[in-house]
Design a protein around this ligand. Structure first.
Ligand code: ATP
Ligand code: FE
Length: 335
C-alpha cells in the first residue's frame, strides 16, 4: 500500500509518502513569514499553503521515487487547526483522489501526533495497547488513554494555555523570536534549573493550567529588570532552565497521577513540545526510577509533519475507512 499524506493544519505545509508503515519521504515547508508577527497569522498561513502545496507534494513523490499512478490512497488532515489552512490541504486531497480515482482518508491531527509511534523505524519500539499518551503541542496539552488505534479517551487536558504556548509566551517575555520553544530548550541546556523558582498551579485531577505561569514569569522579569536592566541578558540560560524545569515538573506531576489512577505504565509522548530535550531526558529517567516503559518519537515526527498523517491513513486504509469528497474540514474536533 502506498499512501500520500498531506498536512496543512497550521503554518507548516507537509507531504509524505508511506509504503505500508514505512516512511519513504517526509517533506515539510516551514512558513518563516510568521516570525516577524510574533505568532501565526491565519490569512498569511492559508496563502503560503496555496503556494507551497504543489512543490511540497511533488518533492515528496520524487523523494519516494513513486508516481501518482502508484498511489493507493490520499490521506489529509481534517482538523483540528486553522480553517483556511485545513481547506488548502483538504481541497487538494479531494481533487487528487477524484482525478486518480483512489480512496480519500480523513485524519485527526491529534490522533496522528499519538499514532506517529506506529511508524516503522529502526531503533524505535511501537507501543502496545493500552498506553498513556502525553500530547504536548502548540495548541494542546492532553493525557490520553489509548485503548486501540481509534479508541482514545482524553483523561486530562489544559484548562487554558497549551504547554507550547507556555514556552512561546515565556520566550516572548524574554525577547526571543517566535516560536520560542526550541530557543528556551537550547539556552536551558546551559543553565541551572534551580536558579529561580516559579510557583506551580494547583489544578485538581489530571487537568493542567499554564496561564498563571506565564503571568508569574512576566512579573518576575519586570521586577528583576527594575533592579538590573540587563537581568535577562545576564541570566538567560538560568532563566530558561528554570522555566523549563517548572514546566517539566507540572507535566510529570500529572503524568505520575495518571499512572497511579490507570495502572498503565506505558507512556508515549507526542506533539511539537515532545522535541524538548529536558522532557525527553526526564521521561527516559522514569524507566529506571519508576519502572515505566517510555516511547519518545523520532525528532522529525514531533513537530507537525505528514508522515504521522500517513501512518493513520495506513491504519484507516486497512479497515477501509474512507470518505467521500463531501467530507468537511473541522477547526475543532474530538477523537
Ligand atoms: P497542535 O498540534 O496542537 O494543533 P501545532 O501543530 O501548532 O499545535 P506542533 O507543531 O505540534 O503544534 O508544536 C509546535 C510547538 O512546539 C510550538 O509551541 C513550539 O514552540 C514547540 N516546540 C518545538 N520544539 C520545542 C522544544 N525543543 N522545546 C519546547 N517547545 C518546543
Ligand atoms: Fe501539531
Amino acid at each position: 500500500v502506498f499512501i500520500l499524506a498531506i498536512e496543512s493544519s497550521c503554518d507548516d505545509t507537509a507531504a509524505a509518502v508511506l509504503h505500508n508503515d514505512k516512511v519513504l519521504s517526509n517533506v515539510v515547508a516551514n512558513q518563516l513569514i510568521h516570525s516577524q508577527y510574533g505568532g501565526v497569522v491565519p490569512e498569511l498561513a492559508s496563502r503560503a499553503h496555496q503556494q507551497n502545496i504543489v512543490p511540497v507534494i511533488d518533492a515528496a513523490l520524487r523523494k519516494a521515487n513513486i508516481t501518482k499512478e502508484q498511489l493507493s490512497a490520499i490521506a489529509f488532515t481534517q482538523g483540528p487547526g486553522l480553517m483556511g489552512s485545513l481547506l488548502v490541504g483538504s481541497s487538494f486531497a479531494k481533487s487528487l483522489s477524484l482525478a486518480l480515482n483512489i480512496p480519500l482518508i480523513a485524519v485527526n491531527h491529534m490522533q496522528a501526533h499519538i499514532l506517529a509511534h506506529f511508524i516503522d523505524e529502526d531503533g524505535f519500539d511501537k507501543p502496545t495497547f493500552p498506553f498513556l499518551a502525553l500530547t504536548i503541542s502548540g495548541g494542546h496539552t492532553q493525557i490520553v488513554k489509548v485503548n486501540d488505534f481509534f479508541d482514545m479517551e482524553i483523561i486530562g487536558e489544559t484548562t487554558d494555555d497549551a504547554v507550547g504556548e507556555a514556552f512561546d509566551k515565556s520566550a516572548k517575555i524574554l525577547g526571543l523570536p517566535y516560536p520560542g520553544g526550541p530557543l528556551v530548550d537550547k539556552y536551558a541546556q546551559l543553565g541551572n534549573p534551580k536558579a529561580f523558582a516559579f510557583t506551580k498551579p494547583k489544578v485538581p485531577g489530571l487537568d493542567f493550567s499554564f496561564s498563571g505561569l506565564k503571568t508569574a514569569i512576566l512579573y518576575f522579569i519586570q521586577k528583576k529588570k527594575l533592579e538590573n536592566p540587563n537581568f535577562v541578558e545576564e541570566n538567560l540560560n538560568d532563566i530558561c532552565a528554570s522555566i523549563q524545569h517548572t514546566i517539566i515538573e507540572i507535566l510529570m506531576d500529572k503524568l505520575k497521577l495518571a499512572v497511579k489512577e490507570t495502572g498503565i505504565k506505558q507512556i508515549a509522548i507526542g506533539g511539537g513540545v515532545s522535541a524538548n530535550s529536558g522532557i525527553r531526558n526526564t521521561l527516559k529517567e522514569t524507566e529506571n526510577k519508576y519502572g515505566w516503559k517510555t516511547y519518545i518519537p523520532k525528532f522529525e515526527y514531533t513537530t507537525d509533519n505528514a508522515a504521522m498523517i500517513g501512518i493513520v491513513g495506513y491504519q484507516k486504509f486497512l479497515s477501509q475507512n474512507f470518505e467521500t469528497s463531501s467530507v468537511v474540514s473541522k477547526a475543532r474536533i474530538q477523537f
